[in-house]
Design a protein around this ligand. Structure first.
Ligand SMILES: [Zn+2]
Length: 60
């Protein structure tokens, strides 16, 4: 495996870890597509729906 390929994999791994961490901390969720956010938004940046709500523990 080449050096750059190795670095690329590490970056990819880091991004996935960061994403998982962000989703764990997320307190808001889009009811339309299920995307999660750490901040409240009027519109979901993923699907554009105005369906972002605060998560509740029962949803897990
Ligand atoms: Zn959405």
């Amino acid at each position: 495996m080449g050096l750059f390929e190795r670095i690329g994999r590490q970056v990819e791994q880091f991004k996935q870890t960061a994403k998982a961490e962000a989703e764990r901390n997320a307190e808001y969720r889009c009811q339309a597509c299920g995307e999660r956010f750490e901040v409240d938004r009027d519109e979901c940046p993923e699907c554009g729906a105005e369906a972002v709500v605060a998560r509740t523990d029962e949803e897990e």
